[in-house]
Design a protein around this ligand. Structure first.
Ligand SMILES: Nc1nc2c(ncn2[C@H]2C[C@H](O)[C@@H](COP(=O)(O)OP(=O)(O)OP(=O)(O)O)O2)c(=O)[nH]1
Length: 210
């Protein structure tokens, strides 16, 4: 039975096309699962340079994530569309982490994060006609178990490259859940988008029906 995707007219106004300025499968999946109809584009933004400048200017991780989300939303030519830009930074003990580039990188990162609490500074913005019209940040806190090296080896064998698409080297909706003993915050936000706040903003902008 194919997944039932409600026709756009039932859930949103066709006059305001929606564009996701992100290459994130996780973000796309969450919007699709909510029944939204949208286009997606991967923004060409030099994230490392923006992060470096922000850090040098003394910005915290939440402000930096907002700057990145805005840069992504403004980097795509949206025309009349409402454009969603988002970014997620991971910080632990004031150190910032990026998406691991290899399983060895993921192993090293998880060994550093285990037994500690880290924060996922998750920013989302809406832009229209080249202007950012809405900004939002949520900062869930996730406490990792002090898991064994044997567990970590088995986890990486089970997850493989799937864990490289996430800033924390885990998929909360997958075996990543086994890494944690406590989580404060919204699971959608952890997966990359504060969906409830975003849906409320899209209703405010008359993109989604109230
Ligand atoms: N499936 C899944 N993805 C997660 C989870 N936690 C974080 N992520 C993903 C969401 C984002 O795709 C990624 C955070 O990195 P970024 O915000 O830089 O986005 P990304 O580079 O993926 O795409 P973008 O820069 O927006 O084109 O981590 C999780 O628990 N599950």
């Amino acid at each position: 039975m194919p997944a039932l995707v409600p026709p756009p007219a039932l859930l949103q106004n066709n006059e305001s096309p929606l564009l996701l300025a992100s290459g994130s499968h996780s973000r796309r999946r969450m919007l699709e699962n909510a029944g939204l109809v949208f286009e997606s584009l991967t923004p060409g933004v030099d994230e490392d340079s923006i992060k470096h400048q922000a850090r040098k200017a003394g910005c915290n991780a939440a402000t930096t994530a907002l700057k990145l989300a805005e840069a992504k939303a403004l980097a795509v030519a949206g025309g009349d569309a409402v454009v969603i830009g988002a970014d997620q930074m991971l910080s632990c003990q004031d150190r910032w982490y990026d998406k691991p580039t290899s399983l060895e990188d993921a192993r090293a990162q998880l060994r550093t994060l285990r037994g500690q609490t880290h924060c996922l500074h998750t920013a989302v913005v809406l832009a229209r006609h080249g202007q950012v019209v809405w900004r939002h940040v949520e900062e869930p806190r996730l406490s990792m178990r002090a898991f064994s090296d044997t567990f970590l080896t088995r986890y990486l064998q089970a997850e493989g490259a799937r864990c490289l698409s996430s800033v924390g080297a885990y998929r909360l909706e997958g075996p990543g859940l086994l890494l944690f003993w406590h989580i404060e915050g919204d699971s959608f936000t952890i997966q990359g988008l504060p969906m409830l706040a975003l849906m409320a903003a899209l209703r405010q902008m008359n993109v989604l029906l109230d």
